[in-house]
Design a protein around this ligand. Structure first.
Ligand code: NAP
Ligand code: GLV
Length: 309
């Protein structure tokens, strides 16, 4: 069995060593143009020539959860695309979102500013019943985030494509329930995959359906958010602010107003990092399953080409 590794912006050597150790007897090589055709590929943002040459792939394993960039490529016919299924990301995402929610709800940003100015002062405690949190996307990451938020006794709502039942979470599904969901949300968390249906979902028309003084946390993809709409709604006082981990252009350009906006916190796409050891173990186990003839339906994270995630 041959495995081709082609990951942009990733140090290849530790991945190659890990994959070789986890797949004894197989040939695992860093791809370069003209390389032999492989059976499986482990990829992140590979260039189109990689797929044009690798015509015999049976499985393409993405070393991330989001496959929005990958599914735009011309892929070899018959190759299954498989994304990471948690692999240590959901706990990181829960930490990040809980931190952002609690920082806003407990007004720690305000306290940080006070302390920086040498000021000892108290802010009125807020009522958590007024801070209902709505999680868009109740998949592997969204469900874990919703359950973690519930531990802090916030009212938690969720919205997904298909109907879900998550204990303690008020679940909405489908386009016809979207406005109803938004109208009950004070803190909106985006954990949707980026698809033609979800692109620009956080636009003025939808953001103005949220409760007054709402707060936005985007940890999915930059193109879910219309940047200028967010800025205008924060500047007009309709929204309270935002925590953003993902951007239309990454790295976020130096001149982008998000960097210096007093009500916007930015982080460099770091809310849930790919963990190498966990990811290699998961991918190697799935490669072995496919190689041994397991049906695709038994493998978690196989992308539905029609849905795009
Ligand atoms: P997932 O398991 O595939 O879950 C996606 C969820 O979104 C599902 O509940 C799905 O509904 C819902 N959904 C998709 N399209 C929808 C639509 N049009 N309307 C309503 N709901 C819709 O994905 P995941 O593993 O949780 O990851 C989610 C996203 O997080 C990734 O795609 C990636 O973009 C992002 N991410 C970001 C980072 C970071 O560091 N910032 C790290 C990892 C992932 P169904 O349940 O009905 O399918
Ligand atoms: C990171 O953004 C991922 O999709 O895993």
């Amino acid at each position: 069995m041959r495995v081709a590794f082609c990951c942009t912006d990733t140090k290849a050597q530790p991945w190659l060593e890990g994959l070789r150790a986890a797949l004894p007897g197989s040939v695992v090589e860093d791809w370069s143009p003209g390389a032999s055709c492989a059976d499986y590929a482990v990829v992140w943002a590979p260039p189109q020539p990689f797929f044009d040459e690798q015509t015999t792939l049976k499985g393409i394993f993405n070393i991330g959860a989001g496959v929005d960039a990958l599914v735009k490529s011309r892929l070899p016919a018959g190759a299954a695309v498989v994304r990471l299924d948690d692999a240590g990301m959901s706990v990181q995402m829960a930490e990040y979102v809980c931190h952002a929610v609690i920082r806003h709800f407990r007004q720690f940003d305000g306290y940080e500013a006070d302390v920086a100015g040498g000021k000892w002062s108290y802010r009125k405690p807020l009522d958590r019943a007024d801070f209902s949190i709505g999680v868009m996307g109740l998949g592997v990451l969204g469900e874990r985030v919703a359950l973690a938020l519930k531990q802090f006794e916030f009212p938690v709502l969720g919205w997904s494509g298909s109907a879900k039942a998550i204990k303690g979470v008020q679940c909405f599904s489908g386009d016809d329930r979207f406005q109803l969901f938004l109208a009950s949300v004070r803190i909106l968390v985006c954990l949707l995959p980026l698809t033609p249906e979800t692109e620009n979902i956080m636009c003025r028309a939808n953001l103005t359906q949220l409760m007054p003084d709402a707060y936005v946390i985007n940890v999915a993809r930059g193109a879910h958010l219309v940047d200028d709409d967010l800025l205008a709604l924060i500047d007009s006082g309709r929204l309270a602010g935002a925590t953003l981990d993902v951007f239309r252009q990454e790295p976020l350009p130096a001149a982008h107003p998000f960097w210096s906006h007093p009500k916007i916190t930015v982080t460099p796409h770091t809310s849930a990092r790919t963990l190498r050891a966990e990811s290699i173990a998961q991918i190697a186990a799935k490669i072995m399953s496919m190689h041994n003839g397991a049906p695709l339906s038994s493998i978690a994270g196989v992308v539905d080409a029609k849905k795009g995630y």
